[in-house]
Design a protein around this ligand. Structure first.
Ligand code: ZN
Ligand code: ZN
Length: 432
């Protein structure tokens, strides 16, 4: 009897990227890569397969991802491994393992590749999906949180996506979070009959996740739940206030969402999500991230503050298609690695203005180095000298107030003062 030939299909929830779709994928990677280069991120690719323990410890034992969504299996050698469900623990592992802790801070890394989560497949949600991922290690300044949000806004804007808003929240630090969790538990303990069985478990294991539940009755209970912003310690409170202030100044559209928690264990202080303005029920965010000041230390590294975030490529493609945007014709600037000049700043106002100034340079296709998280001018000038740039722009406290900036010729030491509004024009004359 002749054997019946079997036709195969891709595994459920996983898709081919077909030749016809490739130009769009390449364009997205090109946009992300261009912005990453401009802001001094280096590319890193880690293996898709990692030890299971890395995510149990990193992402967190009681998170949805680790508990339910990991593709985990035993190798022939008997080791427990997983297909990575997210990037951050892998990047932290690579950073520690490869001696990157001794590099000058901040260390900025970006990646582009697939991640795997065993979820119910639905529109815009797949079991293998792609992410671009950015991490900044070794800087605890709130300006860095906003810089990362600015970078993600740039990516969306350069992809011609404008109908989004950033949701921001703080989930506090070791000290204030435990106080909040007690309040949250007390609130829910008295409402056990009003929440779903899943949330009953969350109450015991990971109460922050109560705020993530999509069940309608749980949403009702959440409406009156205590908000973490009211329990933040002074330090976390000031930090959040500063992040929001800077977002205001650089005019990134945001809302404070006091219930945004992002379901992972490692976040501290700032968390954020980019969501479409007309977000539909069950739709996931386009981009999400947050600060995680304890994770590197927890994973065996030195005490190092960090922040990162990731965008969903399929999710963004869905949005591009829905809005019928044609981005294929768009020309994307390729920035060389080495900056021709450096922007040094001093003071809070100067930091804020630096963010806008950097964008101005990016739009004018001039690559410029920065270290906006730093407070010490001397250190920044040394960094500029090390980079071998010909000009350093100095935005000090006085210049920031007067809307001027100093151009310092690094070879001759000669300095001139120009208005911020003329700076790009002046620089263009010099580096032509
Ligand atoms: Zn705190
Ligand atoms: Zn629930």
């Amino acid at each position: 009897m002749p054997k019946r030939k079997r036709k195969f299909n891709a595994v459920s929830g996983m898709f081919d990227i077909l030749p016809s779709e490739y130009p769009l994928w390449l364009k997205i990677e090109e946009v992300v890569s261009s912005i990453a280069n401009f802001y001094g991120f280096s590319k890193i690719t880690t293996p898709i397969l990692e030890e299971e323990e890395l995510f149990v410890k990193g992402t967190g034992q009681d998170t949805e991802i680790v508990e339910k969504q990991m593709y985990s299996f035993k190798t022939k050698g008997g080791k427990r491994v997983v297909l990575r469900p997210e990037f951050t623990p892998s990047i932290v592992r690579a950073y520690i393992q490869n001696g990157m802790e001794s590099l000058p801070k901040p260390v900025k890394l970006w990646s582009f590749g697939p991640v795997f989560r065993y979820e119910r497949p639905q529109k815009g949600r797949y079991r293998q999906f792609w992410q671009f991922n950015f991490e900044i290690f070794g800087d605890k300044s709130p300006i860095q949180d906003v810089l990362l949000i600015q970078i993600f806004s740039d990516i969306l804007r350069d992809l011609s996506l404008s109908k989004w808003i950033v949701e921001v929240n703080s989930i506090g630090c070791k000290e204030c979070r435990s106080y909040y969790l007690r309040q949250l538990k007390n609130y829910y303990k008295n409402r056990l009959r009003e929440i779903c069985p899943e949330c009953e478990k969350r109450l015991k294991k990971n109460p922050l996740r109560l705020l993530d539940c999509k069940e309608e009755k749980c949403q009702r209970v959440k409406k009156f739940a205590p908000q973490i912003v009211n329990s933040l310690c002074e330090d976390c409170h000031q930090y959040l206030k500063r992040v929001l202030e800077i977002l205001d100044t650089i005019q990134i559209p945001y809302v404070l969402n006091p219930y945004l928690v992002r379901g992972l264990d490692y976040y501290t202080k700032t968390v954020f999500e980019f969501v479409p303005q007309d977000k539909k029920e069950g739709q996931s965010a386009l981009i999400g991230g947050g600060r995680y000041d304890y994770l590197i230390n927890q994973m065996g590294g030195k005490d190092t503050p960090a922040i990162g975030g990731a965008g969903g490529v399929e999710r963004i493609i869905e949005e591009i298609r829905e809005q019928k945007i044609n981005i294929l014709a768009k020309r994307v600037e390729r920035f060389e690695k080495k900056p021709k000049m450096f922007l040094a700043q001093l003071g809070e106002l100067a930091k804020e203005k630096s963010l806008t100034l950097l964008e101005e340079f990016r739009k004018n296709k001039i690559i410029i180095g920065e270290n906006v998280g730093k407070d010490n001018l001397k250190v920044q000038l040394e960094q500029a000298a090390k980079l071998g740039v010909k000009y350093t722009l100095i935005l000090g406290q006085r210049e920031a107030l007067e809307d001027t900036v100093i151009i310092r010729n690094m070879e001759t030491g000669i300095q001139e003062i120009v208005f911020i509004k003329d700076i790009v024009k002046e620089i263009k004359k010099k580096v032509k």
